[in-house]
Design a protein. Structure first.
Length: 369
């Protein structure tokens, strides 16, 4: 898309004041850039006809999101993955920097959150590789820092091939091939078990957030969004700058807004997060996808075993790791499971840490000291 002339921030502040200050503008990591540099930090291709159609139906989308509470009475009126029973299941906010790789950050953050929330493991080290997602899978599909990409094809790759961890393919904000990835990555990866297209379905979006923890969403970015500093965002001034992918971590019916994690660092927005009004900027109606469970094939971080459980049934032996939570010992060979159980029991008694190799939710190997 063409780069617009920068908006006048003094005029924006006046516009916000006249509108009753629904949100506040601030100097941040994005406003300190040129307009050209800001646009590079987007990354979802925009079809202008599609944009016009979605914006024309904005009020319908807003009303549908408001009515979702009545249609799904079993869902809570508010949900925030950063505070569930006093626990935070999110992973740290990152910065995509000078590359239109937002789809990788929005999708990977969603996978990390689902990993933690589904198994109620808020301390699980879950740092997946945005580089593998974008410069590996994306590059193979023709994506570059200049073109950006879409969440749907990335989720297909995340399901069928998986995404490795950050230490196996560290991120750098420049186009690169997959030569830097650790060749052992198939043994250290996460796979999406299932994903759904929830576009134009706010009930499904809320249900997936409340059940699995997060949803991938895209929005149209207008120039005033770059200076967002807090509050519930609604477009006030400036032209369309491009498309962007983020991770929805919650919603609040009382404020009629979604809660989202961005990838522009913690100096932007509400420490890297933002709230956006229902129906605003195409947030529910343009490339919105739910992730339903994520499986691991990897050695987990060394951790203490805090609990063990088994009964008379075969293949029904469980261990509780201080980082992982409950996980099944899954060799399907009773004698092997009992041997691993004995090793874990000894480590638990000694307070020693152990290594666990997990595949599809089941421990296949144990390294005990």
């Amino acid at each position: 898309m063409p780069v617009n002339e920068p908006i006048d921030l003094a005029e924006l502040r006046a516009t916000l004041e006249n509108a009753g200050n629904p949100w506040r503008s601030s100097s941040n990591s994005m406003t300190r850039l040129t307009e050209e540099q800001r646009v590079i930090r987007l990354g979802v291709p925009v079809d202008e006809t599609e944009h016009a159609e979605i914006m024309a139906a904005r009020e319908q989308h807003r009303e549908a999101a408001r009515e979702a509470a009545a249609q799904a009475a079993e869902l809570p009126a508010a949900f925030d993955l950063r505070s569930i029973g006093g626990l935070d299941y999110t992973t740290p906010v990152k910065d995509q920097k000078d590359c239109g790789s937002c789809v990788a950050f929005g999708t990977v953050a969603t996978m990390e959150h689902v990993l933690r929330y589904v198994d109620r493991a808020p301390h699980l080290p879950a740092d997946l590789s945005e580089a593998h997602a974008f410069f590996g899978h994306g590059r193979a599909a023709g994506a570059t820092c200049d073109t950006g990409w879409l969440p749907e094809p990335l989720l297909e790759k995340a399901r069928d091939a998986g995404i490795t961890f950050e230490d196996y393919f560290p991120y750098a904000p420049k186009d690169q091939d997959g030569s830097k990835i650790n060749p052992d990555w198939p043994n250290r990866r996460a796979n999406v078990v299932n994903w759904t297209n929830d576009t134009n379905d706010p009930v499904a979006i809320k249900r997936n957030i409340a059940t699995y923890g997060s949803v991938v969403a895209c929005l149209f970015v207008y120039q005033d969004f770059f200076s967002y500093g807090g509050g519930v965002y609604r477009h006030q001034s400036g032209d369309l700058a491009g498309g962007h992918c983020v991770c929805l971590v919650g919603y609040d019916d009382a404020q009629a807004c979604w809660i989202a994690k961005n990838s522009w660092g913690t100096d932007w927005g509400e420490q890297g997060y933002f709230r956006i009004g229902y129906g605003e900027a195409g947030i529910e109606s343009w490339h919105t996808c739910g992730v339903q469970e994520v499986s691991l094939r990897a050695w987990l971080a060394d951790q203490r075993i805090l609990g063990l459980w088994s009964n008379e049934a075969d293949a029904n032996v469980w261990a509780y790791g201080e980082l992982r939570g409950w996980v099944s010992l899954g060799s399907n060979v009773p004698t092997t499971d009992l041997a691993m159980l004995a090793e874990l029991a000894a480590s638990k008694s000694a307070g020693a840490k152990v290594g666990l190799f997990e595949e599809n939710g089941r421990v296949q190997q144990v390294y005990a000291w």
